[in-house]
Write a protein that binds this ligand. Structure first.
Ligand code: PNW
Length: 475
C-alpha cells in the first residue's frame, strides 16, 4: 500500500526557492561589476529571444530586501541564490571587490534575520568575460581561477552561510556553452565541450578544497547536477546502446570522476575519434573526487533516445536537439524523441516519476550522501487576471506531483533533505529571454511589480504545514 500523501515531510525538510545572479540581479554595470560571458552573449544580435538581456532583469540587486520579505511572508525556509563572479572578482583574477561581496553579505543577513537558510551557488554560468577571452572552460587555467574565487567568497561569507554549491549544472556550461552554442559563450566545438566538462570537474574539486580550507566545520559543500533521466525508446539492443552513450555524456562524464574516481570506459571509447583525453593530468581524478557533504539535483523532464537506424517516424524532441549544432559529441547516430504526455511552455513533458527515479539512482550511486532537489519547476504562460491575481493551476499540479515523488523517494529510503522550487521569481530564462515564466511569483516587466501566483501561496502552505495541500486547493 502506498503511503497516503498527507504523510508529513521530515520536520527539518527545507522548503526553498532558487534563483541565479544573472537571471535576476540586473545592475550589470554597478559597483565595479564587469561583463560576464552572458552579458556579451545576450548583447550579441540573434542569441536570445527578442534580444533580451539581463541588464535590468528583475532588479533584485536593488529590491533584495522586498524579495526576502516576500519569501518570509510566503513561509519559505530556504533560499538558493548564486554569486556573480564578475561582481566579486571583475577580471576573474586578483583581490575581491569589497562592495561586490558586501551585497551578498547584506542579502545573507537579511535572509538570516527572517529565519531563511541561505544556500550559495558559486557558479551559475556567469564567467567573467576576461577568462573566456583567455580560453574559457576548455582551458585548465579557468579551473585554477575558480578555486581562487571560491576561496575569496568562502572567506567572506563562511561565517554566516552553511550550505555551499560549487557549480550549477556543469553539463549546461560545457555542452550548451561550447557544444550546441545555445548558451554563452556560444561556441560549437565538440572537443572544447569535452575539455570544458573536465575542467569544470576539476574546478569543482579544487573549489571544494578551497572552501574546506576557509569554512568552519559545519560548512556543507555540494554540487548541483542536472542529472538527466535517459530512457531507451525500445529494448532493441541498438536503442539500449544509444541510451548508455547519452547517459555517459549527460551523467557519467560528471558522476564518474566526482563519485567513482574515473571517467567511464564507455565514454572514453565513444569519444575516441575526438580526443584521447590527454588533457586529464595525473592527479586530476584524485582532486576531483572529494567527499561531498551533499548532492544537489536539478530535474525538469526525462529524455527518450533511440538509434537513428531503429528510429520510427514520430515527433522528435526539440528540447535537446533544436539547435543547428548538437550538444552531444560523437552522437550523430542517436535520435531524441518527444516524450508522450502533458507539456509545459518549454515543451518539456511533465514526468514526476523521472524525479523519483533520479533520486533513487543517487541513493544507490552516492550512498550516505544527503540529497537536495536544488531545482525543479515549470514555465507556463501566466497572466494577471482582472482581479489582480495570477492563477496557475498547472504549476500547482506540477509542484504537487514532483513533491509527491520526493516524498515517495523518502519513503523508499532516500535521504532527501530539502527542495528548492525553480524559481522564486519570473526571470531571464537564458536564450528564451523573458518569454518563459518559471516564477512562483509573477513579475510585471513594465513595472517590476511582484505578485505571488496561486502556486506560491500553495507552496507556502506546504512549507508551513510540512504536508502537501490538495492539488485543487487553490486561491
Ligand atoms: C536550468 N536543457 O537550466 C538552470 O539551472 C536555470 O538557470 C534555468 O533557468 C532552469 O534550468 C530552467 O531552464 C537548464 O536544455 C537549461 O536540458 C537547459 C537545459 C536544462 C537546464
Amino acid at each position: 500500500m502506498p503511503e497516503p500523501l498527507t504523510v508529513s515531510f521530515p520536520p527539518a525538510f527545507l522548503w526553498g526557492a532558487a534563483t541565479s545572479a544573472y537571471q535576476i540581479e540586473g545592475a550589470v554595470r554597478e559597483d565595479g561589476r564587469t561583463p560576464s560571458i552572458w552579458d556579451t552573449f545576450s548583447h550579441t544580435p540573434g542569441r536570445t529571444a527578442g534580444g533580451d538581456t539581463g541588464d535590468i532583469a528583475v532588479d533584485h540587486y536593488h529590491r533584495y530586501r522586498d524579495d526576502v520579505a516576500l519569501m518570509a511572508e510566503l513561509g519559505l525556509t530556504a533560499y538558493r541564490f548564486s554569486v556573480s563572479w564578475p561582481r566579486v572578482q571583475p577580471t576573474g583574477r586578483g583581490p575581491a571587490v569589497q562592495v561586490g561581496l558586501d551585497f551578498y553579505r547584506r542579502l545573507v543577513d537579511e535572509l538570516l534575520a527572517h529565519g531563511i537558510k541561505p544556500a550559495v551557488t558559486l557558479y551559475h554560468w556567469d564567467l567573467p568575460q576576461e577568462l573566456e577571452d583567455a580560453g574559457g572552460w576548455p582551458e585548465r587555467e579557468t579551473a585554477l581561477r575558480f578555486a581562487e574565487y571560491a576561496h575569496l567568497v568562502g572567506e567572506a561569507l563562511g561565517d554566516r552561510v552553511e550550505q555551499w554549491i560549487t557549480l550549477n549544472e556543469p553539463w549546461c556550461s560545457a555542452f550548451l556553452g561550447y557544444g550546441s552554442g545555445v548558451h554563452a559563450p556560444g561556441r560549437t566545438e565538440p572537443l572544447a565541450a569535452l575539455r570544458a566538462a573536465h575542467h569544470l570537474n576539476l574546478a569543482h574539486g579544487l573549489g571544494v578544497q578551497a572552501l574546506r580550507s576557509v569554512l568552519p566545520p559545519r560548512g556543507s559543500v555540494a554540487v548541483s547536477l542536472n542529472s538527466q533521466v535517459i530512457r531507451p525508446l525500445s529494448q532493441h539492443p541498438a536503442d539500449l546502446a544509444a541510451a548508455v552513450r547519452i547517459d555517459d555524456l549527460a551523467n557519467g562524464v560528471f558522476h564518474g570522476p566526482l563519485l567513482h574516481g574515473a571517467y567511464p570506459a564507455t565514454l572514453l571509447e565513444a569519444t575516441s575519434s575526438l580526443t584521447d583525453w590527454s588533457f586529464v593530468r595525473d592527479g586530476d581524478l584524485r582532486d576531483i573526487r572529494r567527499p561531498l557533504d551533499a548532492l544537489g539535483l536539478n530535474y525538469y523532464t526525462p529524455a527518450v533516445v533511440s538509434s537513428v537506424e531503429t528510429a520510427p517516424e514520430g515527433p522528435r524532441s526539440d528540447t535537446h536537439g533544436a539547435s543547428a549544432a548538437s550538444p552531444w559529441p560523437a552522437a550523430d547516430d542517436i535520435v531524441f524523441h518527444q516524450v508522450p504526455g502533458e507539456r509545459t511552455d518549454m515543451g518539456w513533458t511533465v514526468d514526476p516519476d523521472g524525479l523519483h527515479q533520479l533520486i533513487m539512482r543517487y541513493t544507490r550511486e552516492a550512498p550516505g550522501v544527503p540529497l537536495y532537489v536544488t531545482e525543479n519547476g515549470a514555465a507556463y504562460e501566466d497572466k494577471v487576471d482582472d482581479d489582480g491575481r495570477v492563477r496557475d493551476p498547472e504549476r500547482v499540479a506540477y509542484l504537487h506531483g514532483h513533491l509527491a515523488a520526493v516524498r515517495r523517494a523518502i519513503a523508499d529510503g532516500a535521504d532527501v533533505r530539502g527542495y528548492y522550487l525553480w524559481s522564486l521569481l519570473d526571470n531571464f530564462e537564458w536564450a528564451y529571454g523573458y518569454a518563459k515564466r518559471f516564477g512562483a511569483v509573477h513579475v510585471d516587466y513594465a513595472t517590476l511589480a511582484r505578485t505571488p501566483k496561486s502556486s506560491a501561496l500553495w507552496y507556502g502552505r506546504a512549507a508551513r504545514s510540512g504536508q502537501l495541500p490538495p492539488v485543487d486547493d487553490i486561491v
